[in-house]
Design a protein around this ligand. Structure first.
Ligand code: C5P
Length: 226
């Protein structure tokens, strides 16, 4: 019943609450994302526990450091049994992660954070539009030999057009038409994200903050094939 392409973001204050959420979702969800909120609280160990239960695990570390450190961190993370790991989409960082990767772990490059608008990019010192920068980094991700990228669903179709078959395009910023958008700026429905070329979608609050998370997960899953 669960669709492995749906990763539920466990952005919760404690491992106990995350474990409780996984139990509530039961057989409606088989893939989970653990990010920066839980990683310092034992999130990696929790990922190992979920992987041992046969769940798909996405560790959203967003690594960014010198080559040797990224390579060794990726090697350490490979032992956890997760399926997906994020690194920032800089050529040196992506190549180092590709070198440190082993087992089933796939590496995703975070192209441009969806919280950055054009003015924020100029302030940082980039003289490209967000879309130009995303496509530039996607090409670099392909050349670096990593497995996919994280992007807004609104960029998925443009990305699909320039990557090899099988390349992963994982999109957060997914909302049902009736959901609150929250701080996400560029959103699409689950079905539209998949139609645009997303291989996987990430949904957090619309499921974890719902009064009935399981029913919300089932609605998202059904919408994916619309
Ligand atoms: O609650 P919501 O559905 O907005 O959660 C989306 C998840 O995807 C969060 O864990 C967030 O950190 C992550 N994410 C994102 N935009 C990116 C990269 C990751 O929203 N560009």
């Amino acid at each position: 019943m669960a669709d492995p392409r749906l990763y539920v973001a466990l952005d919760l204050p404690s491992i106990d609450e995350a474990r409780h959420m996984v139990a509530r979702l039961g057989d409606s969800v088989v893939s989970y994302k653990i990010g920066l909120q839980l990683l310092p609280l034992g999130g990696a160990e929790f990922g190992r526990e979920l992987a041992a239960q046969g769940k798909n695990v996405f560790l959203d570390f967003k690594l960014h450091d010198i080559d040797a450190t990224v390579e060794k961190a990726t090697r350490s993370i490979s032992g956890i049994g997760a399926d997906l790991l994020t690194v920032h989409a800089r050529p040196d960082v992506m190549k180092a992660a590709a070198k440190g990767r082993s087992g089933n772990l796939k590496i995703l490059g975070v192209t441009v954070l969806t919280s950055l608008d054009e003015q924020a990019l100029i302030d940082i010192g980039y003289h490209h539009t967000a879309e130009e920068l995303v496509l530039h980094r996607v090409r670099q991700a392909v050349r670096a030999g990593i497995d996919g990228v994280v992007s807004s669903p609104l960029e998925a179709a443009r990305i699909r057009a320039v990557v090899p078959k099988g390349f992963l395009v994982v999109t957060p910023g997914v909302r049902m038409a009736t959901d609150a958008v929250g701080d996400q700026k560029r959103v699409a429905t689950p079905g539209d994200a998949i139609k645009s070329g997303a291989s996987h979608i990430v949904v957090g609050r619309p499921i974890t903050q719902a009064s009935d998370p399981r029913a919300a997960a089932i609605r998202v899953t059904e919408n994916m094939s619309k």
